[in-house]
Design a protein. Structure first.
Length: 349
């Protein structure tokens, strides 16, 4: 008998279980993100805004056999913001599949959303995974945009050796002349690390950044504060002139495993004041990239979205790359209406 209830462990157990399940399922087929303990601690378990009721575990005779983790979030839905969650990391132990555990986890998550008046779970599902097949059979799932990415490669040789995909290796090799190192010479004047006193101005920048979005992750001031500064996990830089924050960039690092380990700097937020010259926008991004290299990153990645100017990324040395995932919405009730032409902002999780 499998019982679904609040996840009983902490960040370490979540990391060990989910990484183990994904490695046993996909380890020889695709590159996998290592969702480490510090990441889960930051996003879910030490997040003062996270609700344990959205952290679900499936237990059989007291043993963890499945998990579905979601973070409470404000979701931009058309012209309004609604309560919802950002959810991912659905995992069922290979030896326990075929017992309807995924359905129980999904049904329980949906019920908890209804109880709390939450409208939907926003997520992304990788192509060719068990999750894609599972969610496509659920009546409350809606698949939307493909999730393209921006990439900047710092260590081409290592990235080529790391990849399990012949297509990825060909792409990295073919585009090698475009993997520019100009960013290493960028000046750092007027660019500094984020401080808590910067929060109101950074919140205003994020609100401006979100103007084109009609579906996606939305920030409150409290959630943004946690996103921008928590122990040594997120790295946030601001460009300040005469006491005014002109721009900000926020990233963190994660490792990925395939043929070895690859460290990636993942940019979550990139926002600027209206009218900030292109050269200053690029300089701020380049300074953050300098810091990624100092942190041991082999490459940088960011989801493509309507918030990020294409010309800025291309002229900063970033390359467009197919993400291999799709935006996925798990609706609490059938009457939740999604935008007819979604312009999506979300994070690469």
């Amino acid at each position: 008998m499998v019982e679904v209830r609040a996840f009983e462990g902490g960040a370490k157990e979540a990391s060990q279980f989910i990484n183990s399940v994904w490695q046993r399922t996909y380890g020889a087929k695709m590159g996998l993100t290592i969702w480490d303990e510090r990441f889960f601690d930051w996003l879910l378990f030490s997040n003062p805004l996270a609700d344990r009721d959205y952290l679900l575990g499936a237990y059989s005779k007291g043993k963890l056999v499945g998990a579905f983790l979601a973070e409470p979030a404000k979701i931009q839905l058309g012209q309004r913001q609604v309560d919802g969650t950002y959810g991912s990391w659905v995992s069922v132990a290979p030896e326990s599949r075929g017992q309807g555990i995924g359905i129980k986890l999904s049904d329980t998550m949906q019920a908890r959303h209804r109880e709390r008046g939450a409208a939907l779970t926003l997520s992304c599902v990788a192509d060719g995974t068990l999750g894609q097949g599972f969610w496509s059979r659920r009546s409350h799932t809606r698949y939307l945009n493909n999730l393209g990415m921006w990439l900047h490669i710092f260590n081409t040789e290592k990235a080529v050796r790391w990849s399990l995909s012949a297509a990825e290796r060909a792409f990295l090799t073919f585009t090698r002349p475009l993997h520019r190192r100009d960013f290493l010479a960028a000046r750092t004047d007027n660019i500094r690390a984020y401080q808590p006193r910067d929060l109101p101005q950074c919140m205003a920048l994020v609100q401006k950044m979100m103007r084109p979005v009609n579906l996606g992750y939305a920030y409150t001031s409290e959630r943004l504060a946690h996103q921008l500064q928590f122990r040594d996990i997120p790295h946030t830089f601001v460009l300040e002139r005469d006491g005014v924050i002109q721009g900000m960039v926020n990233y963190y690092t994660l490792q990925m495993t395939a043929r070895g380990l690859l460290t990636t700097g993942l940019v979550d937020l990139l926002a600027f004041q209206d009218g900030l010259p292109f050269s200053e926008q690029r300089r701020l991004l380049w300074v953050a990239m300098q810091d990624m290299v100092a942190q041991g990153a082999d490459c940088a990645a960011m989801l493509r979205s309507p918030c990020t100017p294409t010309h800025l990324m291309l002229r900063s040395g970033w390359l467009p790359f197919p993400g291999g995932s799709r935006v996925t919405c798990l609706l609490t009730t059938p009457d939740v209406e999604l935008p007819a032409s979604p312009r999506v902002f979300m994070h690469l999780r």
